[in-house]
Design a protein. Sequence first.
Length: 278
Amino acid sequence: MTDVSTSEAFAQLETWEVPHVAAAVVPRGGETRIAGDGDRVFRVASVGKLLAGYAIMIGVEEGAVSLDDPAGPPGATLRHLLAHAAGYGFESDAGVVAAPGTRRVYSNRGIEVAAGHLEQAAGMPFADYLAEAVLEPLMLGRTELRGSPASQLHSTANDLARFAREIQAPTILSAATVAEMRTTQFPGLNGVLPGVGRFDPQDWGLTFERNFGRPGHWSGEHVSRDAVGHFGGAGTFLWDDPDAAVGAVVLTDRDFGPWALQVWPPFCDAVLGRRSGG
C-alpha cells in the first residue's frame, strides 16, 4: 500500500453512483487517509456487529459472561451465537432453522440474542455497555447504537478508522482475545453469505467474517485469507488485512446490491496496489 495506490483507490469513489461516500485507508503504523466527509454519519448496518462483538468480548474478559454460557436455542452457547452457528435464521424474528454447530446460518437474531445475554448479565442496556466499554475509550464520539446491535449502529469514516486501528493493535481488549475473535470458530461449516453467495466452508470468527481472498467475495480475491471484517446492507464495509498491513473502511448511503459487487473489488485491489484481474 502506497500513497499512489490510496489515491488511485480514492479516485474510484468519484465514479460510484451513490448519494454520499466516505472512506478511510488505515496502514499499520502509518497515517490514516480519509476521502470524503470523514465526520458524516452513516448507518453502517452489519459492520456494527464487529463493535457489538468487541463489547461482548469485553464482557467475557470482565467475567460478566463466558463464551461457554448456554445462550439461544437449546444446545447453543454464546460462542455459537457470535459465530453464526447457533441455528437461528437470518431475520430478527427468525426461528431456529438448524441444530447448533451444524450450519453457518448468518443471523441478525443470533447477534441480538448474544447482546441480550450480556445485557442481562451486566444489568444494563446493551447500548450503554457498548458506549462505556468501546465507544468512549476509543473516542468514537460520533458513533451511536440506535436500535438492534445487529443492524442499527451509526458511525463515521473517522470513527471506524479508529476502530480499525484498535483491531490492528488492541488496547481495550487483550491481544489474545482479539486473536480468538479473528480465528475461525466451528471450522468446516457451509453456508450462504446473504447477497453474495455460497461459501463451502463459510468461515467466521467471533463476529469477524473470514471468507476473504476467495472467488466471488465482495472484497475481491487479493485481500488475503488472513483478513477479517464485515460488510453492511447499507452499502458499507470494513476490513483489516494483516498480511498487507492495511485496513479499509467504506461508508455509503446506497443499499448493498449488485453495484457493490462491481465496484468494491476494484477499490480493494487499488488499496493493495493491485489491478483488478491482475
